[in-house]
Design a protein around this ligand. Structure first.
Ligand code: AMP
Ligand code: MG
Length: 423
């Protein structure tokens, strides 16, 4: 009998195969395939938190609306201020926030004023309460070294009327809600949220509450995906677990792509006998790429399924999260806002030796801390295997060992990308 021909001998270069796309090229292709959402809905201000502004907001008024005092004290005419010695002024009234002083101040006169009260006519400067000396009810002594115009907030100094205060495409943060409220705007146009349908694939997967048979495991990917998606504020459509059967996958693909802007699956994208994601995608949609020169997460299938974008993430729980943060998250950001957000990276001293194989982008899980001098240090979480999901729980950053990066010795500077809090 003829010996079976082994087409590809195993070698240490296996993880660096030349058909794999570089990480930056994969990101470029993903962004190129996306048409940002244009549908607009109007939301009450509070509901707009975390949403993408759909149109520029032009200020309908000045903020503050009136020139007003930044301090409790007295409002004076700067021409009355003494260059040396003291002057004595007559108090002719009081101005409160919301209850302005109606009269006019003449030279030699002043008005008691509270923080936020409009500046009385004739005045241009406020002397702090702590810097004056009153005499009886109506007289006040003021010393030298005050500056003309001090402690006064000019009308429109925060937001002048007619300027674009928030631009379309902006991700609305708590301060923006305050800014919009300060303009009297109670409703804003925002982009529709992307709808993301996702499911796990695998005959070995069981749901929480079921008893595990031999070789079975609980489906964890759907939960980490749920967490990552929910935090991005997208509309999450959980379609459960689908068996490793082509027809079941066809049905799930059809359903998911009919209800979502993006379909995400996990598992079944490798070269195993039960890995049907790729063949089914090429049958019903289009494959853009399916292999990336990275670790973990090499088998990642990206393409189009009807009108929906399709991400076939690997099955290994760490690879799911790494590929989500590196590719799906920027894709969702661009899909929802039309803007590209470059994640923040920091330089940190590595407290661990890190092995890297050139030609492949390695995303090691790290724990970033700040030492007593305020400098960043990072050490890797223990085991780095793509099935060690606890490494993602422990980690707060990826240590980025790019394609051209050599192995790292303890004490070397590395680049890290935080993906969670710094705690
Ligand atoms: P696959 O790519 O389908 O061969 O899966 C790779 C590895 O990830 C296998 O060990 C699977 O059992 C595991 N895996 C796949 N899907 C899940 C999931 N939803 N939750 C936990 N582990 C999974
Ligand atoms: Mg599988």
């Amino acid at each position: 009998m003829r010996p079976e021909i082994i087409i590809h001998q195993p070698s240490c270069a296996d993880d660096v195969d030349k058909d794999s796309l570089r990480v930056d090229e994969a990101r470029r292709r993903i962004l190129k395939a996306i048409t940002p959402i244009t549908d607009i809905e109007r939301l009450a201000l509070r509901s707009a938190l975390g949403r993408i502004l759909a149109q520029d907001i032009v200020s309908p008024l000045n903020v503050p609306a009136h020139t007003n005092s930044a301090m409790d004290g007295i409002a004076v005419l700067s021409s009355d201020l003494p260059a040396t010695g003291t002057c004595t002024l007559e108090i002719i009234g009081t101005a409160y926030a919301g209850v302005p002083f109606k009269g006019k101040c003449h030279p030699g006169e002043c008005v008691r004023i509270m923080t936020g009260a409009p500046m009385p006519q004739g005045t241009d400067t406020v002397i702090m309460q702590e810097h004056i000396k009153t005499q009886g009810e109506n007289k006040v002594h003021i010393g030298a070294s005050h500056r003309a115009g001090q402690n006064v907030r000019q009308a429109g100094e925060d937001i002048p009327k007619g300027v674009t205060v928030l631009a379309a495409g902006r991700h609305l943060v708590p301060a923006d809600l305050g800014v919009l409220a300060s303009l009297g705007i109670g409703e804003v146009p925002v982009k529709r949220r992307p709808r993301v349908a996702f499911f796990s694939t695998g005959d070995e997967l069981r749901a929480i509450g079921e008893t595990l048979g031999e070789g079975e495991i609980y489906d964890s990917n759907r939960y980490s995906l749920y967490g990552m998606l929910t935090r991005l504020g997208v509309e999450v459509l959980d379609l459960g677990v689908i068996r490793d059967e082509p027809q079941a996958l066809r049905d799930a693909f059809a359903r998911a792509s009919s209800i979502a802007d993006m379909v995400i699956t996990s598992g079944g994208v490798s070269v195993g006998d039960a890995d049907y994601i790729k063949p089914v995608l090429s049958e019903l949609g289009k494959i853009n790429f399916w292999k990336i020169a990275m670790k973990p997460g090499r088998p990642l299938t990206f393409g189009q399924l009807s009108k929906a974008l399709f991400f076939g993430l690997p099955g290994n729980p760490v690879a799911v999260m790494v590929t989500f943060y590196q590719f799906v998250q920027p894709a969702l950001h661009y899909l929802s806002s039309g803007t590209i957000k470059t994640p923040i990276t920091l330089k940190a001293t590595s407290s661990s030796d890190l092995h890297n194989r050139p030609g492949r982008f390695d995303f090691q899980r790290g724990i970033l801390t700040q030492n007593d001098d305020g400098d960043f240090e990072v050490h890797k979480t223990g085991k780095q295997g793509s099935g060690i999901l606890t490494s993602m729980s422990e980690a707060n950053c990826f240590i980025l060992l790019a394609e051209d990066c050599a192995s790292v010795k303890r004490g070397d500077i590395v680049v890290v990308q935080p993906f969670d809090t710094f705690i």
